[in-house]
Design a protein around this ligand. Structure first.
Ligand code: NAD
Length: 706
C-alpha cells in the first residue's frame, strides 16, 4: 500500500485529531478514513466529513473507486447518542448514505470491527462489503427503542427478504463475520490485511445498489410467523411494531416511498419516552464505571476465589464465579454444610442443563473447579474472598477476624451484606483498605446488578478490582457509599413502607401491585415480598425496633401476617394466597387483617387510582435517591437508575426512578413528596436537593456538573 498525498477535499492525514475523516490515494483508489475515537460514532463531524469526501471523490476524474475504512479493529459503531439529546444538526445520516448511494463510482466498505446501527446502514449503501474475522454487523437500533432511519430496513429487506429482516431488526442482532457472510450482509471475509485487499479489489468492483434490487418474493406464512415472534418478544417496545410495519411495506412500495416511511417512523420514535429512557440507560452503563479517584488505580490480579457461606446467595455467587472461569473454594461451617452447598450448586447447574443452557460437559468442567471446605485454612491462597454468611454483625465480625489471620496479603476481602455497616466489618481486620462490599442480588448467577460498596478505607485498587470482576462476570456494577441499605435497599425500604401506607389508607395489596405492573414492573411489590419471604424483612424490623424514630409511621400488617405463619410463597400464603400451581389470588383472611389494622388506628379507608399509586411510589423512590445523591452515597442519578433497572425490576422503558421523575417533572414530584411526608412522617421529608432543583428548574445531571 502506498500512501500518497491526500486529494480534495484537502483533509488532514489519517489520525490527525482535528479531522475525523481524511483521504489517502492508492493509484486510482481513494480510501476514506474515519478516525473518531473511541468507536467512530457518527458525530456531526464524521457525517460532514463523509459527505464532503464522497461527493468530492465522485467528481474527481482521477479516482476510479472508493474504499471506506474505520481503521484497524473498527468500522462505525453507530450513532453518537450524546448528540441525540441536542438539537438536530445537519448533515443528517440519510444525506451521508444518500451520497454513497448516489456515487457513480464503486464504493467498498472495509469492515474490520463493529458496523452497527448507522454504521451498518452506511455499509449497506456501499457496493461491496469486505470484512475481517473481527467484523460485527447489525441493525441494532431497536435495542434503543428506535428503528434504522437511513434506509437500513429498506436495503436489508432487499438482501435477506422480509422474514429474515424482521428477525434481524427486531432482535437487534449483532452478526459475527461468518453469519454476516452466510446471510449476504458481507460479500467476503478477508484473511490478510483488509485494507490492502479492499484497495486491490476496488477498481474491479461493479456498482451494486441494494436500493435498485427488488424485494425477494417471500413466503407470507413465514413472514407472519417472524412478525408474531417479534411482537411476542417486544416487551412493550413500540419500535418493534414499527420495524415490522416498515419492513413489510417494502413489498408494496418503491424504494423512495419505503425510505420516506422509515424516516418518518424513525423521527417519531426518536422522540418517544421509551427511546429516551433506553438511550439514558445505554449512556448510564458507560458512565457507571467511571469512578472519581480511580484514575491510575490498577486492578489486583485475581486467579483464585473463595466464597464463605453456601446458602441461597453463596451458592449463586459461587456459580457466577465458576461461570466467569475462576476456581472457587467454598467454605461452610462444617463438612455437612459444605456438602449441602455443593449439592445446591449442582442443582443450579442441573437446571441449566435441563433448559439446555449448558451441557453435561460444561457442568462437569465447572464443578471440577469447585473446592468445598470447612476449614478457614483453605482460604490462604485465595486472591478474592466473598463472605455470604448470615446477615448478623456478630457473625460477620467473627468471620472477618478469622479471615484477617488466614488470608494472604493483598487478598480482596468482600462481603455480600445487604444492610450492615461496612466500616464496622472492615474494622474487624487489620487491613480495612482490602475490604469492599460486593452486594449481589438473588439469584446471584442471573441478576445483572452488582452493587460495589466503598467503605471509608477501601483502597482505590480494591475498588478497581471489584469493577474488573464485575466486567468479567458480565454484571452491571454500580458504586455505592456505605450506609444502611446502600443505594438500592435504602430506597427499596422507603418504597415498601409507602406501599404499606397506601394499603393501610385504603388500597388493596392487589391494587397496588396491579398499578405497579401497569407501570411496567414484572411483579408488584407485595407479590415480590411473598416470593422473597416476609420473614427476612420481619427480622430486620424487629432488629431496628429500638432505634426507629417514633415519629415514623409504622404499619404492622406485615408483622401480623408473619406472626400468623404467613411467610409468603413458601408457606402458600403471605399478602396473597397461592394455589398448587403457584397462582396468586386475593385472600379474605388478609383483607380481614388489613381491615383490623385500619380499624385499630381509626383510619377511614379511601380509594386510590392506579395513577395516584404510581405517582406516590415513584416520588418516594426519587426523593430518597436525591438524598443519596446529596450525601454522596450514589455518584450520579443514572447510577440509581441502573441499580433499579438491573436489580429491582424497575421497567427499562421508564429509564429508572430518577429518569422517570425527571420525565414527569421534579416540581410535580416535589408536590407529591410533600403529601407523602404528611402521610409517612419522619423519614419521608422532602430532599433538599429535590426542592432546590425543582425551584431552579434544573436536572440531577445539571447539579452534578455544577
Ligand atoms: P442463607 O441463610 O441462605 O445462607 C447463609 C449460609 O452461611 C448458611 O449456609 C450458613 O451455614 C453459612 N454460614 C453461617 N455462618 C458461617 C460461618 N461462620 N462460616 C461459614 N459459613 C457460615 O443466607 P443468604 O440469603 O444466602 O444470605 C447471605 C448473605 O447475603 C447475607 O448477608 C444477606 O443479607 C445477603 N444477601 C441476601 C440476599 C437474598 O436475597 N437472600 C440478597 C443479597 C444479599
Amino acid at each position: 500500500m502506498t500512501d500518497q498525498p491526500p486529494a480534495a477535499p484537502r483533509g488532514a492525514p489519517p489520525h490527525a485529531e482535528s479531522a475525523p475523516v481524511s483521504i489517502t490515494r492508492h493509484g486510482t483508489v481513494a480510501v476514506v478514513h474515519i478516525d473518531h475515537a473511541p468507536v467512530n460514532a457518527l458525530s456531526r463531524g464524521v457525517r460532514q466529513g463523509l459527505v464532503d469526501a464522497v461527493r468530492a471523490l465522485d467528481a474527481d476524474a482521477s479516482v476510479s473507486a472508493l474504499v471506506l475504512s474505520g481503521g484497524p479493529g473498527r468500522f462505525i459503531a453507530g450513532a453518537d447518542l450524546k448528540e441525540m439529546a441536542l438539537p438536530p444538526d445537519a448533515p443528517f445520516l440519510p444525506e451521508v448514505v444518500g451520497a454513497i448511494d448516489a456515487c457513480s463510482k464503486p464504493v467498498v466498505a472495509a469492515l474490520d470491527g463493529a458496523a452497527l446501527g448507522g454504521g451498518c446502514e452506511i455499509a449497506l449503501a456501499c457496493d461491496l462489503r469486505l470484512g475481517s474475522a473481527k467484523a460485527l454487523v447489525g441493525l441494532t437500533e431497536t435495542r434503543l427503542g428506535i428503528i434504522p432511519g437511513a434506509g437500513g430496513t429498506q436495503r436489508l429487506v432487499r438482501l435477506v427478504g422480509v422474514a429474515q429482516a424482521i428477525a434481524l431488526v427486531c432482535e437487534g442482532r449483532v452478526l459475527k463475520a461468518g453469519e454476516a457472510l452466510a446471510l449476504g450482509l458481507m460479500d467476503a471475509v478477508v484473511e490478510g490485511d483488509l485494507l490492502t485487499e479492499a484497495i486491490a479489489r476496488a477498481p474491479a468492483v461493479a456498482k451494486r445498489r441494494l436500493a435498485a434490487l427488488p424485494v425477494p418474493v417471500g413466503d407470507p406464512a413465514g413472514e407472519a410467523t417472524a412478525a408474531a415472534k417479534a411482537l411476542k418478544g417486544a416487551k412493550g417496545v413500540p419500535a418493534i411494531a414499527e420495524a415490522i410495519r416498515v419492513i413489510r411495506a417494502s413489498k408494496d412500495a418503491d424504494f423512495a416511498s419505503g425510505l420516506a416511511l422509515e424516516r418518518a417512523a424513525f423521527l417519531a420514535l426518536r422522540e418517544s419516552p421509551e427511546a429516551k429512557a433506553l438511550r439514558h440507560l445505554f449512556l448510564a452503563e458507560r458512565e457507571a464505571v467511571k469512578v472519581p479517584g480511580l484514575e491510575g488505580a490498577k486492578a489486583r490480579s485475581i486467579s483464585s476465589t473463595a466464597v464463605i457461606g453456601a446458602g441461597t446467595m453463596g451458592a449463586g455467587i459461587a456459580v457466577a464465579l465458576l461461570d466467569a472461569g475462576y476456581p472457587v473454594i467454598l467454605v461452610e461451617r462444617d463438612v455437612e454444610a459444605a456438602q449441602a452447598g455443593v449439592a445446591r450448586i449442582d442443582a443450579l447447574y442441573s437446571r441449566q442443563v435441563k433448559s439446555a443452557r449448558i451441557d453435561e460437559a460444561h457442568k462437569a468442567e465447572r464443578l471440577a473447579r469447585l473446592l468445598p471446605a470447612s476449614d478457614y485454612a483453605a482460604l490462604a491462597q485465595a486472591d478474592l474472598i466473598v463472605e455470604a454468611a448470615f446477615e448478623d454483625m456478630a457473625v460477620k465480625i467473627d468471620i472477618f477476624r478469622r479471615l484477617d489471620k488466614v488470608a494472604k496479603q493483598g487478598a480482596v476481602l468482600a462481603t455480600n451484606t445487604s444492610y450492615l455497616d461496612l466500616d464496622a466489618i472492615a474494622a474487624a481486620t487489620s487491613r480495612p483498605e482490602d475490604v469492599v462490599g460486593l452486594h449481589f442480588f438473588a439469584p446471584a448467577n442471573i441478576m445483572k446488578l452488582l452493587e460495589v460498596v466503598k467503605a471509608t478505607h477501601t483502597a482505590p485498587d480494591v475498588l478497581a478490582t471489584a469493577l474488573a470482576l464485575a466486567k468479567r462476570m458480565g454484571k452491571q456494577p454500580v458504586v455505592a457509599g456505605n450506609c444502611d441499605g446502600f443505594i438500592g435497599n435504602r430506597i427499596y425500604a422507603v418504597y415498601r413502607r409507602h406501599a404499606e401506607y397506601l394499603v393501610e389508607d385504603g388500597a388493596a395489596p392487589e391494587q397496588v401491585d396491579a398499578a405497579l405492573e401497569a407501570f411496567g414492573f414484572a411483579m408488584g411489590i407485595f407479590a415480590v415480598s411473598d416470593m422473597s419471604g416476609l420473614d427476612i424483612a420481619y427480622a430486620m424490623r424487629k432488629r431496628r425496633a429500638a432505634t426507629r424514630d417514633p415519629n415514623e409511621r409504622y404499619v404492622s400488617i406485615a408483622d401480623t401476617l408473619v406472626e400468623a405463619g404467613r411467610l409468603g410463597r413458601k408457606t402458600n400464603g403471605g399478602w396473597y394466597a397461592y394455589d398448587a400451581n403457584g397462582t396468586r389470588t386475593s385472600d379474605p383472611a388478609v383483607t380481614q387483617i388489613i381491615a383490623e389494622a385500619r380499624a385499630a388506628k381509626g383510619i377511614q379507608p379511601r380509594s386510590f387510582t392506579p395513577e395516584e399509586i404510581q405517582l406516590r411510589l415513584l416520588a418516594v423512590m426519587a426523593n430518597e435517591g436525591a438524598k443519596e445523591l446529596a450525601e454522596g452515597i450514589a455518584l450520579r442519578a443514572s447510577d440509581i437508575d441502573l441499580a433499579f433497572v438491573n436489580g429491582y425490576g424497575f421497567p427499562r422503558l421508564k429509564g429508572g426512578p430518577m429518569h422517570a421523575a425527571e420525565a414527569l417533572g421534579l416540581a410535580t414530584v416535589l408536590a407529591e413528596i410533600k403529601a407523602a411526608h404528611t402521610t409517612g412522617g419522619a423519614g419521608s421529608e422532602p430532599a433538599e436537593l429535590l426542592a432546590q432543583l425543582a425551584a431552579e428548574g434544573k436536572t440531577f445531571a445539571d447539579w452534578l456538573m455544577a
